[in-house]
Design a protein around this ligand. Structure first.
Ligand code: AMP
Ligand code: FES
Ligand code: ZN
Ligand code: ZN
Length: 329
């Protein structure tokens, strides 16, 4: 069998990428990853060279790799880590992020849910009796938005990779959720007081990001979130990985085929969502009476969550008409 050589320098290889039918040495694999991100930013008009970028960093391989890549590409990029209060998992995720920022001399914004709002993701799950991921996701989005707007960032970027996006697409297609399909684009423009959001890692897979971190000496949290067990997206990832073994490139073809050929079909839904708000509600937006962020209700969903999950916090200023059975006497 012919021995594989690096596509660029013909030296010994560290990784073979069957989906691209190439192999690389360490140096050229690192440049390959950085070029893939540079190409994605350009192709989707994500942001320009002068943009002030905020990267949401979880302490996992993808977002740390993204921060490293953007820094290497010369962007002005700060990190934001949110302490979600999921025990040891959250404290070590934050620590990995701090260590990375320190090693590169980068600016990290730390935002702790418990000390800022008086609740953790497990508290929210208990208070709402819903899966932890739903209040976790909503809290993260709210915090990304407010930190980006308050800090005058031009764009918020997240470490969603090809595997993540293909799995989410699979779930949305399986149920034909057109409103989600409409918003499944790697760029969401700034609108109605919400910041611009981009996903520059969509061309790179989970395996590539893990290899990138090893080669760049980036330590990251390997464990998955303990509260995500049973998450449907993990099942979809397994399914897509099985497809990928038999036909390398299947994930890429599925996701990029959607972007190139099918996402246009949802353009009307997308335009509609831009006229409304980031969560697809058609109600007109006005500032939340508690936090001032745009909301389709008097009090935004996040502030309602704070009220339920952090009972000791200051109550938000909403007028509540008491039910007759709640009135004394
Ligand atoms: P996940 O929803 O956990 O798959 O994470 C998707 C992306 O959200 C990550 O790649 C990060 O960019 C961002 N993210 C997740 N968790 C956090 C966190 N605790 N703090 C800041 N950003 C996060
Ligand atoms: Fe949000 Fe696990 S990171 S529930
Ligand atoms: Zn090489
Ligand atoms: Zn609010």
């Amino acid at each position: 069998m012919k021995k594989l050589r690096c596509k660029v320098c013909k030296g010994p290889i560290v990784i073979e990428l069957r989906q691209h039918n190439v192999a690389f040495c360490a140096e050229h694999f690192i440049s390959f990853c950085q070029n893939q991100v540079a190409r994605t930013i350009k192709k989707f008009w994500m942001f320009g060279p002068e943009a002030k970028v905020l990267v949401a960093v979880s302490g996992g391989k993808d977002s740390l790799a993204l921060w490293d890549i953007l820094n290497e590409l010369g962007y002005d990029v700060d990190g934001l880590v949110i302490g979600l209060g999921i025990g040891e998992y959250s404290s070590s995720s934050t620590q990995y992020t701090r260590d990375f920022a320190e090693s590169r001399g980068l600016n990290l914004i730390e935002y702790d849910l418990a000390s800022t709002h008086g609740f953790t993701v497990p508290d929210a799950a208990k208070a709402t009796s819903r899966v932890p991921c739903s209040s976790c996701g909503m809290s993260k989005r709210h915090i990304f938005d407010s930190v980006a707007i308050d800090g005058d960032y031009d764009v918020v970027v997240t470490g969603h990779n090809l595997d993540d996006e293909a799995a989410v697409l699979f779930g949305n297609v399986a149920r034909w959720q057109s409103e989600y399909l409409a918003r499944q684009h790697p760029v969401l423009p700034a609108q109605n007081g919400f910041p611009r959001k981009c996903k520059p890692l969509i061309r790179l897979s989970e395996r590539e990001m893990a290899a990138y971190c090893v080669l760049r000496n980036i330590d990251y949290i390997v464990e998955e979130c303990p509260m995500a067990a049973g998450n449907k997206h993990l099942e979809y990832k397994d399914l897509l990985n099985q497809m990928e073994v038999d036909s390398p490139g299947a994930k890429h073809a599925f996701y990029f085929g959607f972007l190139d050929r099918a996402s246009k079909l949802f353009a009307d839904d997308f335009e509609k969502s831009l006229q409304t708000n980031a969560h697809g509600s058609e109600e007109p937006l006005s500032p939340c009476t508690s936090c001032g962020r745009p909301s389709s209700n008097a009090v935004c969903a996040f502030c309602k969550l704070v009220e339920r999950a952090a009972p000791t916090s200051e109550p938000v200023s909403v007028e509540i008409t008491p039910r007759p059975d709640m009135i004394d006497g």
